[in-house]
Design a protein around this ligand. Sequence first.
Ligand code: NAP
Ligand code: F7E
Length: 326
Amino acid sequence: MNKTALITGINGQDGSYLAELLIEKGYTVWGILKRNSVAENQTYRIDQFRNNPNLKLEYADLLDLASLVRVLQIAKPNEIYNLAAQSHVRISFDQPIYTSQVTGIGTLNLLEAVRLICPNARVYQASSSEMFGNNIDEDGYQRETTPMNPVSPYGCAKVFSYNICRNYRNSYGLFISNGILFNHESPRRGSNFVTNKVAKEAAKIKLGLSDKLVLGNTEATRDWGHAKDYVKAMWLILQHDQADDFVCATGISHSVQYLVDYVFQSLNLDPQKHVSTAERLFRPEELKNLKGDCSKMKNILGWEPVYTFESMMDEMVQHWLDFYSK
Ligand code: NAP
Ligand code: F7E
């Protein structure tokens, strides 16, 4: 029998790739949309398969428990992927209460709805490397056992969600798994995240449409993978025979400065002529270094990424060159 999945955050970066993957695998996919006043903005990342008969969309919101109950009642999912969040770390300092409500309490609303309506469904929670903050194991990596010490309102909200998922798993025997994913990017990434900001602005500079790129902290390092590889990990986590928590990462870390140099060099541009920094783009507290050890995921679930940092950034730069050359 074909499976049914529900994705919260279906029109986000990850939700759009995950929906494509699940439809390819024969799932019926339900997605919830938070209402936007511009109808065209509602589904732009999923418009290319919007008319697929196996894709079903409903208005609902993680902050509106009744709407979650309504959607679970009609969708009757076997698998639920909770990807919805206010996911921007810098913005979480500007909107800490809203971020805590959506990214933290929103998860609890969903778990309560699951407990009431479909307790046999398997639930994936989008946990984040931001939960570790500046804790690093002695060998320089973060992994499932690294203590969590978040340094942003977003990270604090994600730790709450991670813990409440474990609590509901242990208390009620629900199948709830956390994927602790390190940064993952793509041409569908919001262009206010650093990889896509650099790719977009460098392409504009190359085409003579702009001259400057202004950044915050370029010394921070991140472990960047491709969202297409990471949604495969989400699916594998829910196919495992028991609920568990898994880190997903590449194990390779680069600085923001390295990212800038790589992208500008790939376009034969000199970053020193175009790139500057501004204090307003720094964060009140910075997460300095991320590098993940995903041996558990590789050994137990057999996950392997296809993209490299370089092939991912090349794809993103090409996307913006094509976009602005139309
Ligand atoms: P994203 O592009 O920002 O997508 C977030 C999604 O959540 C959007 O579809 C958004 O809808 C939806 N949403 C926001 N508030 C909502 C609410 N109150 N009710 C219902 N839907 C709501 O994020 P992403 O990069 O795809 O990440 C997916 C998940 O993984 C997030 O939970 C994120 O925190 C987590 N995560 C991401 C990364 C990463 O590097 N990408 C790493 C670790 C964890 P609108 O667009 O209509 O606002
Ligand atoms: O920043 C630095 C910034 O906003 C990366 C989210 O998906 O991954 C993401 O969070 C680094 C930081 O991602 C700019 O200070 C410098 O050190 O692309 P980002 P993030 O904060 O790591 C985690 C795992 C998540 O879970 C989140 O949802 O780049 N940086 N200059 C900048 N960052 C931005 N955005 N803009 C700049 O101009």
